[in-house]
Design a protein around this ligand. Sequence first.
Ligand code: BES
Ligand code: ZN
Length: 901
Amino acid sequence: MATGKYPSGIAILYPLVKFRTIKIPIPITAVAKTSGVRLWTARTNAIAPRRYDLRLRPDLAACAFSGSAAVAVAVSVPTRHLVLNAAELAVDGSSVRFQDLVPSEVVLFEEDEILVIGFDQDLPIGEGVLKMDFTGTLNDQMRGFYRSKYEYKGESKNMAVTQFEAADARRCFPCWDEPSFKAKFKLTLEVPLELVALSNMPATKEEVHGPLKTVYYEESPLMSTYLVAIVVGLFDYVEGSTLEGTKVRVYAQVGKSNQGKFALDVAVKSLDLYKDYFATPYPLPKLDMVAIPDFAAGAMENYGLVTYRETALLYDELLSSASNKQQVAITVAHELAHQWFGNLVTMEWWTHLWLNEGFASWVSYLAVEALFPEWNNWTQFLDETTSGLRLDALAESHPIEVDINHASEIDAIFDSISYDKGASVIRMLQSYLGAERFQKALASYIKKYAYSNAKTEDLWAVLEDETGEPVKDLMTTWTKQQGYPVIYAKLDGRDLHLEQAQFLSDGSSGPGLWIVPITSCCGSYDAQKKFLLKGKTDKVHIDGQNAGGEKSENCWIKLNIDQTGFYRVKYDDELAAGLEKAIKAKKLSLMDKIGIVEDSYSLSVARKQTLTSLLRLLNAYRDESDYTVLSHVTSVCLGIDKISVDATPELCRNIKQLLINLLLSAAKTLGWDPKDGESHLDVMLRSLLLIALVKLGHEETINEGVRRFHIFLKDRKTNLLPPDTRKASYLAVMRTVTTSSRAGYDALLKIYRETAEAQEKSRVLGSLSSCPDKDIVLEALNFMLTDEVRNQDAFYVLGGISLEGREVAWEWLKENWDRVLKTWPSSSLISDFVKSTVSRFTTEEKAAEVSEFFAGKTKPSFERALKQSLERVRINARWIESIRSEPTLGQTVHELLQHEL
Ligand code: BES
Ligand code: ZN
């Protein structure tokens, strides 16, 4: 096989946007990026794959594989070239045939990941079979066909696993690797006899040949390449079945399959639920879910063979925390939702990725709400909305529907915009249209586009048809436009004046204009108003007794009831005061309490209101005891704490104390020890508050955490440190570790080395770098580079870096950049390195220094993360500047502290 220049006969097209030919010596065969020189997509209007017959032989010891493909291809326009995707594969040129035609050239363009097969004559119109043999390596990068390591009976073993989304099927076999090229897949695997070999479809036959077996699988229905999957290794499983009789299995490492029972139960129930919700049966004959020890993302929805990192699938009553449990349930529900939304109906192109991810995220809450009503899952959904709103307030955000001009840009859009904003605008639309109408329309959409592809507008069209509402006009303002509005609300007599402006955290206003579903209520939730704000301004007439002016605790007006809308509200002083009173008087719903504190925090960051007023508002939450609300209050407290050292060193201790006081009474009520029969959310709350108090430096909590840790060290089974409070204790230990007294750090490392449990390992890793001692932070970062830490787990260490360690972490990143980039090439992982080091800074100078370092080094995989992090630094710098000039901050902090005593 040659690599080199494009064959002269290839006509190059601009992709997707317009099929514009730049030179047409022969009929159209391939499309290229902007310049016409780079040929990066195999999209063509002449050729379509129909069916892949793939045979793969992984060699686990040698970390290599060989394979052969026979692809039935429909040729609809005369052409002499087949243009498909391949990367890091060696295609044996002499093996390539199209029917009995021998190609005149077989050229791989490594950089563009394109394989061109040229013939001396036109290929016959109609269906023909393209055959070829190829080899590749089982890489270490958690993408394509890769190896993952595990221990079995004290020995290190390799397993072979695939991860193809977004564009890595081409690293396993040559293919038309874009979501709209749906085809049927028939796989055959040749593997060692003793191993479990799984693929999307059930095995039909196994033949034994000496130490190897050949496993044949059923042919799949039409599906996209990124959903093809293979897993080969040693596993145990647990099995269940849906009401319809679909067999569901959870595979885990030998000896761990019992930890799959919880996920199995969630999976079986979710499949039944989705079948009803989408009014379409689960499309495949079986579903397998597998825990993979090395896994880049959290989980992957491969059709019929869903893969997970261990922490996202395995749950153990004794070893896992309540929050681990929730994570497993949400992840399973998310991936199974994809079996319909994503796998059966697939986005047409990556621009519409949010149709996959936003919907799966939203639907997962629906399922988990039904399975675990006591978790108050829809209130917890506001975590998603919050992350979406926080990211989308950056100028460096992007619209939900985003142009993708190169395969290398795809991975970076698996972000909070596609997931969290996507899911939130769906909730907004559902709440506008009504749950029942919405569900019916979704079911029609699934039916209409089953086994095929859809664009965002296709969904809007179905929803419009079914409901008669102007869905497209409404939703286009949210999906094609980046950002979201803040609604300024002012009361003028009985008129409530509303004005929208694009909200940006840097304090400026963008040009955006949205059609905003406004909801409001006044004094009670009984009478609610609902309308679409279409222009810049509008007003609502407030009737009833409860508008502003009067002094009763019923004088409150809340917009965006239960935060169903993806926007913020800035109330005038009078309305804000009314809401503060209503919070104290416990008149508001949990969701509204969350919305108010979140909006107020973001408005402070954007300098639309003072930190002083935010602290006063926080004081209204002092008696709060609900997990869902306190999780937001806590996150706001920690946000304030992070900048207060830089903003007002002289007040910083007092502010810390104030924040501690806010959380302390709820924390004291719960204590450290679990109580019989307490609710899931109280267990979550205990963990949340103890961690926050440790982070805020509350001495008593830190001492108690350290005390319990020492007992735990002697007796790992002690009831004094169950999984839910362990992280708080580990953090407490690390807050007291110094270079000279490092016994706690060493003890944590010992725990890390002794446990085989991924969730426990993640708890330790997330604590190691949280030490105030810079030398220890450095040690933790270097430990992360050793073989003892899986590459997939680096982000735990990064996420824990202490404020005191930010400078050392940045220096470390600069020194190790080349190695880091090579070891963690995937977008989400490399972006974690950039975000966690850069966004902790708060000065313009530092932002300039970071930009200078990265000048000439950026890549699509982390470019957006870098820009966003730099923007955050600059936003913090300005916020700090303005906090310094708040005239009454010191006095207010003092007063609030006094009030406490
Ligand atoms: N399709 C994604 C996995 C993925 C992410 C593939 C990024 C390629 C690039 C999967 O459905 C997913 O969204 N996983 C989430 C879990 C979830 C509960 C939101 C994840 O990995 O975090
Ligand atoms: Zn997903």
